[in-house]
Structures are given as structure tokens and as C-alpha cells.
Design a protein around this ligand. Structure first.
Ligand SMILES: Cc1cc2nc3c(=O)[nH]c(=O)nc-3n(C[C@H](O)[C@H](O)[C@H](O)COP(=O)(O)OP(=O)(O)OC[C@H]3O[C@@H](n4cnc5c(N)ncnc54)[C@H](O)[C@@H]3O)c2cc1C
Length: 470
């Protein structure tokens, strides 16, 4: 492990959530020479402009429901206080009439975090194990448990109505449709505008002195063939991490979630209002029951995003003679803008059944968004064994975004070494179980999730027709 001091030169490769949060907290902790590199245009941080890391997305869910994992629940709660502060700081900038050098794409008064509430729907008649464990773990933080409303419990429905959330208990009219509506409304949860939040973190990094510099011991080479050396290099490259640090490819796998959007026209006032964050919660349906569906209220531009993660796809390529799953997006050399037909059908079926008013609009876009799954879905943040001066900071496993404001605080502790705390232990370097289950990573090229084995959807599949198959 490399010993660092406040003058050490530190390079962070990757300006997604993991890289930005690390840079911010290193700078806040007094490190004077922190430089962030990214291969994509993270200064605008929009996937539309070519930034297509997992972080450069429209929106991401902020949730506190973590089954038995109280450590993540608590950290998410801590992060939520900073999300509140960040909203307030942007509102204050607006009030004082200052834009204070905000990056393009971000304006004073913009909101980053929307407390739209979140509806966790089971696809079956009863709660799954994860939901039961979530409610139990939340009891350990009483104020959090009080803010959960069980949608089949009359007293809770009454409580939700009194709190002003009655209209979010069953926005899909599942009860009218004769469904069990086994669900919990979390009034503390919601979503963040993802790319915009990264821009804010970038702005804070710059204000705190994160910069470009040259140093002396190890280095990276950028596309312009320039060498940049440093005492410590932190690779925070999301789905690209296993390609760059081959040792970690035994424990991290790059997989894709399927994203579908629908555009609500602004002149359709009824739909515009129905899908506003004030009226529509973030929702999940059958998340751990093989359905893996989630969706968001509309954004300011009318985009409603749906995600399907029942199957996370892999994309194996030959990387230096070894098969590794790598991102395939609208901006990679082997381009992909479609998603597997299975995923598109699942989203269309959900919309047809529960949100039929959207079907005349058809689908607006599809995209693959790349996770970095670890063997146990916990992050991987540690020094690389036998490679002094090199750390990895990755393994977001589909739930890292909410920690943007706080993750770096824990990364700094890991950078500095010493006795590991609970997060340092959870996120330590871990090897896969030999011959055992490793979160699907053991399937490799022969697995059923390989993208090349899927029938891909195309634009001709975007309109709705036929009957629902739920
Ligand atoms: C479909 C999907 C849905 C998700 N939903 C949620 C959610 O609702 N809530 C939540 O909390 N989390 C969610 N997550 C997880 C969250 O988005 C990730 O954990 C987080 O964004 C990962 O950030 P990262 O910095 O590790 O990676 P990324 O965001 O992928 O960033 C990696 C960066 O590294 C750069 N890079 C790669 N290679 C190089 C190189 N050679 N040189 C320089 N730069 C390089 C890339 O350009 C990129 O900018 C979701 C993830 C996905 C995929």
C-alpha cells in the first residue's frame, strides 16, 4: 500500500460518481494535488453528448430500502442530508443572482434531488423476503420506518392521506384492476437528476481545487500521448474498470441494464400533470421476483424513463487474449442503441397493463446503461494487491449513485490506510468463491445473458399493439 500525504500527487481516472466523489472529499480533506481524467465529455455529462458512463444518465433512484444491509441504509440517509443541502445551495445561488461559474448544463435554482416518494410494488400477493427485511431493518431507524406506508393497511393509507401522500399509494389503480397491490410507499425516497448532479459535484471539485498536475512515480498516458505521473492512481472507470485493471476482472463484471423512455408532449396537460413528480412517485415492481421493473416521474422536458433489470446483459469481447464483458453503447467503437426484445417487451407489457394512457405515444428511445457488478453487489474500493500506487474504486453494482455526496468520505479513509472501518471492510478487495456462485460472473461467455445471443429490438418495435401479457 502506498503511503500518501497531503502533498502527494493523486490521479483519478474516471469522472463518474465514484471518481467525482473521491476527488471532492480528497480536496475537502486537504489533498492539494488531485487530478481527474475522463475519456468522455464529462464537462456536459449528458449521454446525449457522448458521456455514457452509468452516472451520465437522466435520473437515478434515491432509496433507503436495503433489506438487511443497515450499513447502506445508514449511509444513504447521511447522503440524503447532503442532497438536501446541495438543493439549498443551488437555490441560494439563484436568490443571490449568482451563477458563480456553474458548468454549462447547470443553472442556479436547478433542483438536483426530487423527494417524489417511491412505491415499492410486489408482483405477487405478498411481500418478498427483501421487503420484509427492509421494513425490519428500518425499525432500527424509527423515523425512517414511520415514513413507510403499507398500501394494504387501512391505518397506513389513512396516515398517507393525512400526510398528503394518499394519491401516491396506488397511482396504477391496481386495486381497481383487482390486483393485490402488495406495496409500500416510502415518503423519504425519490430521484435525482443524474447528469446534472455530476455537474454540480464537478463544480464543487473545481471550487475545492481539484486540478491537473504532473508528478513523479507512476503515471497514465492520455490519448494525446502525454504522460501524467502520480504517487497514487485511483481507477474509477465504472464498466471499463475490469479492462483497465485485469486483476479485478475476477471479481467485477460489466453488465447492462435496459432503459426505455417515453416522451410526454407539453401540450397534453392531463398527462403532463399526471406524471409530474408531485403526482407520480418513483416506482419499482417485482424487483426481486424476476420482474425487475422500475420507472420515474417525468423530467422537466417531459421524458419518462423506465428501466428493466430482471436480466443484466453481458457483452464479451477479446481483451488482450481474455474474454471480458465490456460496455457497448451509442458511443463505443462497436455501437449499440437498441436493447434486447425481451426487455422492450417487458416494459411495453407493464405500460400496457398499468399506464395504458402512454401507449398512443409509443417509445421514444432505448439504451443500454452499464453496471459494474461485484461478486456480492457491494462496492470494491481498495489498493490493488502487489501493485503499489494503484487503487480501484468501483463495483457500483447498480446502487452507487445515491452516495455521490458521501462516498468519497469513506474512500479517503481507505486511501489513508490504517484499521478499516465497516465500509473499508465491506468494500475491501475480494476474490470470487472458487467453483461457487459469484453473482452470475461465473457464467462467462457461455452464459444465457450474453448480448450476442439476444434478439435485439429495433425502432419498428417501438409502437404498442396487441394485448398485454402480464
Ligand atoms: C441501468 C442502471 C441503473 C442504475 N440505477 C441506480 C439508481 O437508481 N440509484 C443508484 O443509487 N444507483 C443506480 N445505478 C448505479 C450507479 O449509476 C453507479 O453505481 C454509478 O453511477 C457508477 O459510477 P462510476 O463512477 O463507478 O462509473 P461510471 O459512471 O460508469 O463512470 C466511469 C467513468 O470512467 C470513464 N472512463 C472509462 N475508461 C476510461 C479511460 N480509459 N480513461 C479515462 N476515463 C475513462 C468513463 O468515461 C466514465 O465517465 C444504476 C446503474 C445502472 C447501470
Amino acid at each position: 500500500m502506498t503511503q500518501v500525504n497531503k502533498d502527494s500527487k493523486i490521479i483519478i481516472v474516471g469522472a463518474g460518481v465514484f471518481g467525482l466523489s473521491t476527488a471532492l472529499w480528497l480536496a475537502k480533506s486537504g489533498y492539494k494535488s488531485v487530478t481527474v481524467f475522463d475519456q468522455q465529455p464529462y464537462f456536459t455529462n449528458s449521454y446525449r453528448d457522448g458521456a455514457d458512463g452509468a452516472s451520465a444518465d437522466i435520473n437515478k433512484i434515491i432509496r433507503f430500502s436495503y433489506g438487511k444491509e443497515i450499513e447502506y441504509q445508514s449511509l444513504a440517509l447521511e447522503a440524503s442530508h447532503i442532497w438536501d443541502e446541495w438543493n439549498q445551495e443551488l437555490a441560494n445561488l439563484k436568490q443571490s443572482g449568482e451563477d458563480a461559474g456553474l458548468p454549462p448544463g447547470l443553472s442556479s435554482g436547478d433542483k438536483l434531488w426530487f423527494n417524489s416518494r417511491m412505491l415499492r410494488m410486489s408482483a405477487s400477493e405478498s411481500y418478498g423476503e427483501f421487503e420484509k427485511e427492509t421494513l425490519k431493518t428500518m425499525e432500527k431507524e424509527a423515523r425512517l420506518r414511520e415514513k413507510q406506508f403499507e398500501c394494504r393497511n387501512e391505518a397506513d393509507i389513512q396516515r398517507a392521506q393525512e400526510s398528503g401522500w394518499g394519491h401516491k399509494v396506488d397511482p396504477f389503480h391496481r386495486k381497481e384492476l383487482g390486483r393485490a397491490h402488495s406495496a409500500v410507499l416510502d415518503s423519504t425516497a425519490g430521484f435525482v437528476a443524474a447528469g446534472r448532479s455530476c455537474l454540480w459535484a464537478l463544480h464543487l471539485c473545481r471550487k475545492s481545487g481539484v486540478n491537473r498536475t504532473d508528478g513523479s512515480v507512476y503515471g497514465i498516458e492520455t490519448e494525446d500521448s502525454r504522460s501524467h505521473s502520480a504517487d497514487l492512481i485511483i481507477v474509477a472507470c465504472g464498466g471499463w474498470t475490469p479492462t483497465l485493471v485485469p486483476e479485478i476482472s475476477r471479481s467485477l463484471e460489466t453488465t447492462a441494464g435496459s432503459i426505455v423512455t417515453v416522451q410526454i408532449p407539453q401540450d397534453n396537460q392531463e398527462l403532463w400533470d399526471r406524471y409530474a413528480p408531485e403526482n407520480m412517485p418513483v416506482f419499482t415492481w417485482g424487483m426481486r421476483e424476476g420482474r425487475g421493473m422500475y420507472g420515474f416521474p417525468r423530467m422537466e422536458d417531459g421524458i419518462v424513463k423506465f428501466g428493466y433489470r430482471a436480466t443484466k446483459w453481458t457483452n464479451y469481447d477479446d481483451i488482450n487474449g481474455k474474454p471480458l464483458s465490456v460496455p457497448k453503447t451509442a458511443h463505443t467503437s462497436k455501437r449499440e442503441t437498441n436493447i434486447p426484445l425481451t426487455a422492450l417487451h417487458a416494459v411495453k407489457d407493464f405500460i400496457s397493463e398499468y399506464l395504458p394512457e402512454l401507449t398512443p405515444l409509443g417509445i421514444n428511445s432505448t439504451r443500454l446503461c452499464w453496471y459494474t457488478d461485484s461478486i456480492d453487489n457491494s462496492f470494491m474500493i481498495d489498493h490493488v494487491p502487489s501493485r503499489p500506487g494503484l487503487m480501484v474504486c468501483s463495483g457500483g453494482s447498480g446502487h452507487g449513485f445515491k452516495f455521490l455526496p458521501i462516498l468519497g468520505r469513506e474512500v479517503v479513509k481507505i486511501v489513508e490506510g490504517g484499521k478499516k472501518n465497516v465500509y473499508g471492510e465491506m468494500w475491501r478487495w475480494r476474490d470470487p468463491k472458487e467453483g461457487g456462485k459469484n453473482n452470475g460472473l461465473e457464467e462467462g461467455v457461455s452464459g444465457p445473458r450474453v448480448l450476442a445471443k439476444q434478439k435485439m429490438a429495433s425502432e419498428k418495435d417501438w409502437s404498442f399493439g396487441g394485448s398485454s401479457r402480464l
